[in-house]
Design a binder for this molecule. Structure first.
Ligand SMILES: *Cc1c(COP(=O)(O)O)cnc(C)c1O
Length: 371
């Protein structure tokens, strides 16, 4: 079935679901007829397949990417009052998750090249209360994890990777999520691996952490109906796991298509006064988002919108300037690079099902704007 979209959105998860609709419906019917609707075979199989994909020993399916961060932090012993150093350039979920467990977020500025945590500024923000570092692989660009880990080791801190935007992104041929003590993923529909609803996972190489997480996502049960510690409920849904198993098989091909699209954008904006995402040596970007920087952000955005091309801001405000967080998070007073970036960013349409025709149309309109 061919669908004519006159407006090209920034993300379009429906295209992928439509493409695999027959298989998805079949897998849902299988779940229905098996009659196991919570933590059944689909969740178990998906957890194994996802762990294999990332290259870790364990993957634990949870309710969403925000819970995945909160549970990941708890699994490495982060308690109320402990400081967690992260970035303000992220989805609010990152900081919401830290505060959910009573921990205290602290901000460090970003490196304008990677747009991720700047490891050179990290040491200065570490206090006696600091227990963990939470880098975000923003837009799918890997954060400089090896540098961050060496600082963490020096100060005895845990490293929790927020991989919500980074399924399949790599550093020196190794997938992100396999570096930290523990890492979190989201399967929100627009992510590179997205469900048809909410979902998330925590991955780790540690058997001890995995055992804790298996219990923590379900009332602290190591054994059914017996709570060994106070937990809550955040399980990956069996139906979502069935869908994710199908879409996981497409992830590498999807990421390759995203890279192809990025290349077309790169060449379209080569030579005009607009900055493409930088190529960071040794890393593989998964192009969850393709975010340019330009002094004429609002003008370019309005122009593209008027030509039927969607754009977005990821995000309209950094976390430390959002009403809920403004003025109360340590480090928020000196985020020069973060604040500067937010004046210039614009996200262009990026999803694997974008056709060559649509892509060339967008590239042409960008060139036209700068002519
Ligand atoms: C999407 C996202 C999350 C939250 O995931 P949900 O599944 O929506 O809870 C966390 N961190 C980052 C960087 C994200 O992009």
């Amino acid at each position: 079935m061919k669908e004519n979209i006159s407006f090209i959105p920034v993300a379009y998860p429906k295209a992928k679901v439509e493409k695999h609709k027959t298989e998805i419906i079949k897998s849902i019917e299988t779940v229905i007829s098996k009659g196991v609707y919570i933590l059944g075979e689909e969740v178990t199989k998906f957890e194994q397949e996802f762990a294999d994909y990332i290259g870790v020993n364990y993957s634990i399916g949870v309710g969403n990417g925000t819970d995945a961060i909160a549970l990941a932090l708890k699994s490495v012993g982060i308690s109320p009052g402990d400081e967690v150093i992260t970035v303000s350039h992220s989805a609010v979920a990152t900081v919401a998750a830290i505060e959910t467990i009573g921990a205290v977020p602290v901000f460090v500025d970003i490196d304008p090249e990677t747009r991720c945590m700047d490891p050179l500024l990290l040491t200065k923000m570490i206090s006696s209360k600091t227990k963990a570092i939470l880098p975000v692989h923003i837009y799918g660009q890997p954060a400089p994890i090896p540098e961050i880990i060496s600082i963490a080791e020096k100060f005895g801190l845990k490293v929790v990777e927020d991989c919500a935007q980074a399924h399949g992104a790599e550093i020196n041929g190794r997938k992100v999520g396999s570096f930290g003590d523990v890492a979190s993923f989201s399967f929100y529909p627009t992510k590179n691996l997205g469900a048809i609803g909410d979902g998330g996972a925590v991955v780790t190489n540690s058997e001890e952490i995995a055992k804790y997480l298996n219990a923590a996502r379900q009332y602290g049960w190591y054994q059914k109906y017996i709570s060994s510690f106070a937990g809550s409920n955040s399980r990956l849904d069996e139906l979502q796991a069935a869908v994710l198993r199908i879409l996981l098989r497409e992830l590498d091909a999807d990421n390759r298509r995203r890279a192809e699209i990025a290349k077309v954008y790169d060449s379209a904006i080569d030579g005009v006064i607009i900055k493409a995402p930088r190529k960071i040596s040794g890393t593989k970007h998964n192009y969850h988002l393709y975010v340019v920087e330009t002094d004429q952000r609002d003008e370019l955005s309005n122009f593209l919108n008027s030509k039927g091309i969607g754009t977005a801001l990821h995000y309209p405000l950094p976390i430390h300037l959002q009403p809920a967080y403004k003025g109360r998070i340590r480090g928020g007073e000196k985020l020069t690079q973060t604040e500067d970036l937010y004046k210039h960013i614009l996200s262009l349409p990026m999803y694997p099902e974008l056709s060559d025709k649509q892509l060339n149309y967008i590239a042409g309109k960008i060139k036209e704007f700068y002519e």
